[in-house]
Write a protein that binds this ligand. Structure first.
Ligand code: Z5A
Length: 220
């Protein structure tokens, strides 16, 4: 059985990392006979993490959008070839914090690189791999940014890009979800953590069941 590839997308502070951790705990408790790989982009291998360092640090205008697109695509290719595809071939569930949709929004919709060019980069970097499911955590960008400021520890460069940038990111994600309703499911991430988790788990549970993963009964 080929595994399942689930990605999380959304703006800064939308709760992706938190919800992925909660989903991981739920799967470990409730799924039978599975292996789980939780990873992120940019990153996921030592070399791809080094590219992440280049992309996320330094001054706001450090890179042209086209350079960013090539950096994330280069890191993605390493990640897909060395981590994601081998895990899927072994039947694992792979959960990734950001993937191709982030490139189409940050470098495409906001950065101005055409969808055609980015589709070409996807072909080169992903070997035809597309997520089975993408959960878009949607929240007002000011709320998301306030959450990251309160949390602290962000890597900086994108966070510093200002309100208009982050509002456009949100619009871009919403438009992309409308274009691909079968793959991308929007979740209202402005609600309390438990409400968001309930939706995430319910959607993922349905997908796991449809793909033959066994879920324990509620009382067991
Ligand atoms: N990027 C790109 O340009 N092109 C690409 O192709 C890719 C990426 C793949 C990665 O940054 C940057 O790379 C990204 C785009 C660019 N930058 N931006 N923006 P990152 O991985 O460091 O940043 P991020 O993905 O935006 O992560 P984040 O800022 O850490 O946000 P998050 O993971 O979505 O949120 P969180 O850490 O789970 O939550 C943030 C805080 O909010 C935390 O204290 C939580 O406890 C709190 N939280 C979360 N949910 C809630 C709810 N529901 N209520 C209240 N509080 C909450």
């Amino acid at each position: 059985m080929r595994g399942l590839f689930i990605t999380f997308e959304g703006g800064e502070g939308s709760g992706k990392t938190t919800q992925i951790q909660r989903l991981k705990i739920w799967i470990e408790k409730n799924c039978e006979k599975f292996s789980l790989c939780v990873t992120r982009e940019p990153g996921g291998t030592d070399d791809a993490e080094a590219i992440r360092g280049l992309l996320l640090t330094g001054s706001i205008q450090k890179w042209q959008p086209a350079t960013e697109a090539m950096l994330v695509s280069a890191s993605r290719h390493e990640h897909v070839v060395h981590v994601i595809q081998p895990a899927l071939q072994r039947g694992h569930i792979v959960i990734c914090d950001r993937f191709i949709d982030s490139t189409h929004i940050y470098q495409g919709f906001v950065g101005g690189i055409s969808g055609e060019v980015l589709d070409g980069l996807d072909k080169l970097s992903c070997n035809g791999l597309v997520p089975d499911l993408t959960l878009l955590l949607d929240v007002d960008s000011n709320v998301g940014l306030a959450r990251t400021v309160e949390r602290g520890g962000s890597e900086g460069r994108f966070e510093a890009k200002g309100e208009a940038f982050h509002q456009k990111v949100r619009q871009g994600f919403l438009a992309r979800a409308k274009k691909e309703p079968n793959r991308i499911i929007k979740i209202d991430a402005a609600r309390p953590l438990d409400d968001v988790s309930r939706d995430v788990i319910s959607i993922v549970k349905e997908l796991l069941t449809a793909h033959g993963f066994k879920i324990k009964e509620p009382n067991r």
